[in-house]
Design a protein around this ligand. Structure first.
Ligand code: ATR
Length: 270
């Protein structure tokens, strides 16, 4: 039987993951099937159990199930434990479910591929939700000079900073707490595609700084347009999407796919 993988979400109709994993499989010569499965909001555990019974070996998990998936795992990697969320389920040989999160590795890998130096950098992260929590450990593992988390709800940024304080120089606060300059500014709020930007100082960016938006679209996000007007180099989150998929593929198959050709094809299709 062909090894089966999938992405679970709700909604899941527009997921790019099946195309990404099909491209990875073709590129690496791996034989597998990867589909998108929409899961009822109240039956994530049942969906995973049924998928395993039907030959499922692993799954990606997306909105809104990452925390639910975290809770059903029999074992977690340390980075998933910290993130409090899981985007990759792995069925072990003994039938246990192991959870990992590859979002942060996808982000850091994308930044590095684009030549952005994180070691010694002054990093600002906007937002303090699940998406940001999921990337903090891999970012701090790169040993930035400092990392500040700014969020509309200041308490959430403070809480996150406290949770990760043992990993590096991390601080948190409301948007008024932002004091530049920063070498890397990462937008992890869900407010970046339309609508208003957080109130940010105009002198946010150091010379040669990079602005990264975890979101992507056919057009640059509001945040990236704002950053480009202030001479920052801009990167959207499409490479993070392909990067996290590559990390998951590697966890399942033990083979590391090449991100660049798949990213290029997705970019052309946007
Ligand atoms: P995700 O999983 O995408 O991180 P989330 O946990 O709901 O989703 O977090 C959403 C993030 O976007 C939060 O940081 C949120 O700020 P609050 O904690 O103050 O709610 C941020 N966000 C959403 N809409 C926003 C807006 N209009 N302006 C600024 N921040 C916004």
């Amino acid at each position: 039987m062909t090894d089966r993988y999938c992405v679970f979400g709700h909604p899941i109709g527009h997921s790019k993951s099946p195309a990404i994993h099909a491209a990875f499989a073709e590129q690496t010569g791996e034989t597998l099937e990867y589909t998108a499965i929409e899961v009822p909001l109240d039956d994530f555990a049942g969906a995973w159990r049924r998928f395993v019974e039907a030959g499922g070996r692993g799954a990606n998990v997306t909105v809104p199930f990452k925390e639910t998936a975290y809770r059903l795992c029999d074992a977690l990697t340390p980075r998933a434990e910290r993130a409090g969320a899981v985007n990759t389920l792995i069925l072990e040989a003994d039938g246990r479910t192991r959870g990992d999160t590859t979002d942060g590795a996808g982000l850091v890998g994308d930044l590095k591929r684009r030549g952005v130096t994180l070691s010694g950098a002054r990093i600002l992260v906007l937002g303090a939700g699940g998406a940001v929590r999921g990337v903090l450990e891999p970012l701090l593992a790169e040993a930035p000079a400092r990392l500040h988390i700014a969020n509309r709800t200041a308490d959430k940024a403070d809480g996150l900073a406290a949770d990760f304080a043992d990993l590096g120089r991390v601080s948190g606060g409301g948007f008024e707490s932002v004091e530049g300059p920063f070498d890397v500014v990462i937008n992890g709020t869900s407010a970046s595609l339309g609508g208003d930007l957080p109130p940010l100082p105009n002198d946010l960016f150091a010379p040669g700084a990079t602005a990264y938006d975890m979101m992507y679209g056919a057009e640059p996000t509001v945040f990236l347009r704002w950053a480009a007007e202030r001479d920052a180099a801009t990167i959207d989150g499409l490479g993070m999407l392909v990067g996290q998929a590559a990390e998951s593929f590697c966890l399942w198959r033990g083979v590391r796919p090449d991100v660049d050709p798949v990213l290029g094809a997705l970019r052309r299709a946007l």
